[in-house]
Write a protein that binds this ligand. Structure first.
Ligand code: 13P
Length: 251
């Protein structure tokens, strides 16, 4: 009942020359049953939208402001992302929480603004290595979910991504049991807060060093509905096989 989702987060990478990757990805997966989303830098959204037209690929932003407009130099509103072709926006990524001091409350305000514009918020949560080593992972994830996820969330306007900070860009991944423990916990939290219907309809992504080589194992874990992929989403050569693994898992 949950449509699987592979989202690529290009972060601050790529330029106009990278748009060919969108063509190659669409050629590799012309009609996927899973949803496939690319989140390029904001400067590439409009040309990426033009490249993705006529394909099932969808686009997302990497952040938005909580306000609809105003004196916020350097920021981008949810409406601007939508106009530029985004259907999704990543919010509360650990790099934004870390580099820009984003709090759970701010992430919630941004997600509320995104949902009000009709975007689907991909809200990221994840523990630091020290927090895992102190056996605080579930407390951290639960607290981040409570603070960051808006009350009006549904299976249409919310996706939650579990991204352990220590697994991002490191080549390290949690064990399947560790991923399953967190995803089962997140599912239970969503069902408790939003009721079983909504709680079961929200897609849960795993993110952090997902590669073609580990995707099949990760996608077999309970309550993993897809992946939020960083480095391996930058080229179709690396991302297309991850989408293939998700398609196989959706079998
Ligand atoms: P990597 O796949 O490069 O580890 O990044 C994960 C991530 O942060 C996606 O948002």
């Amino acid at each position: 009942m949950r449509r699987r989702l592979a989202a690529g987060n290009w972060k601050m990478n790529g330029g106009l020359a990278s748009l060919g990757e969108i063509d190659a990805l669409a050629a590799a997966h012309p009609a996927p049953r899973s949803e496939v989303v690319i989140c390029p830098p904001a400067t590439l959204l409009v040309p990426a939208r033009d490249r993705a037209r006529g394909t099932p690929l969808r686009l997302g932003g990497q952040d938005c402001h909580a306000e609809p407009a105003g004196a916020h130099t350097g920021d981008i509103s949810a409406a601007m992302l939508k106009e530029a072709g985004a259907a999704y926006v990543i919010l509360g990524h650990s790099e934004r929480r870390g580099d820009h001091g984003e709090t759970g409350e701010l992430v919630r305000a941004k997600a509320t603004a995104a949902q009000a514009e009709g975007l689907t918020a991909i809200v990221c949560v994840g523990e630091q290595l020290s927090e895992r080593e102190a056996a605080n992972t579930l407390d951290i994830i639960g607290g981040q979910m409570s603070a960051s996820i808006p009350d009006g969330s549904t299976g249409h306007n919310l996706v939650v991504a579990y991204e352990p900070v220590w697994a991002i860009g490191t080549g390290r991944t949690p064990t399947p049991d560790q991923i399953g423990e967190v995803h089962d916990f997140m599912r239970a939290r969503l069902e408790r807060r939003f009721g079983a219907g909504v709680g079961r309809s929200v897609r849960l992504l795993y993110g952090g060093s997902v590669r073609a080589g580990n995707a099949e194992t990760i996608f077999a874990v309970s309550n993993v509905d897809g992946a939020l992929v960083g480095g391996a989403s930058l080229t179709a050569a690396e991302f297309a096989p991850i989408v293939s693994a998700l398609e196989a898992a959706a079998g």
